[in-house]
Ligand binder design. Structure first.
Ligand SMILES: CC(C)(COP(=O)(O)OP(=O)(O)OC[C@H]1O[C@@H](n2cnc3c(N)ncnc32)[C@H](O)[C@@H]1OP(=O)(O)O)[C@@H](O)C(=O)NCCC(=O)NCCS
Length: 143
């Protein structure tokens, strides 16, 4: 049994550090733009979200690879967000040339305990790795 707990105390991050990391990421991420939404994944991004979500298969895990499509995002991600009743913020990177979703990170906040956010997945589609998009979306979320 493994038990790991991690927490980032945002207030303890040295002033300017997140902005500096974001600038570093943005310099490596030319040709990508950020989009964001609160709550369920919008219809326009369902297919892209499913494709990027499937790239979570590359994360170290003991589970079998998963297949994701638009319906699964509706049934599992969006239904869970609605049932949870909290706020779920998503920031995604879009590849300008193809308008395809390339990366996203998501954070859930319980309005009853808003001092904390629960970090959900951060994932970059395989074809778009190596451009610091993971850092780009995470630093945008922390901003
Ligand atoms: C972790 C992850 C988000 C990082 O993607 P990313 O933002 O594109 O990564 P970076 O651009 O910061 O590059 C990371 C390293 O991979 C290298 N890299 C370059 N091209 C790459 C490619 N095509 N594929 C993979 N890695 C590549 C980079 O050179 C860099 O190495 P360096 O730090 O020595 O310079 C991505 O690998 C991923 O989605 N993995 C699966 C999901 C996961 O594990 N998420 C984290 C837990 S929720």
């Amino acid at each position: 049994v493994r038990d790991a707990r991690t927490a980032l105390e945002v207030a303890a991050v040295p002033p300017g550090r997140i902005a500096a990391l974001h600038a570093e990421a943005a310099a490596a991420a030319a040709g990508y733009s950020l989009v964001s939404w609160t709550g369920p994944v919008p219809d326009a991004h369902l297919a892209g979200y499913a494709r990027v979500r499937e790239a979570m298969n590359d994360a170290p895990s003991d589970f079998e690879d998963e297949h994701w499509d638009e319906q699964r995002v509706r049934d599992q991600v969006n239904a869970t967000i609605r049932a949870a009743g909290g706020r779920r913020y998503t920031i995604a990177a879009v590849h300008d040339a193809t308008a395809r979703l390339a990366a996203y990170t998501a954070l859930a906040v319980d309005p009853a305990d808003p001092g904390w956010g629960l970090q959900n997945s951060t994932v970059v589609a395989r074809a778009h790795r190596g451009h610091r998009l993971g850092l780009l979306v995470k630093t945008a979320m922390l901003d």
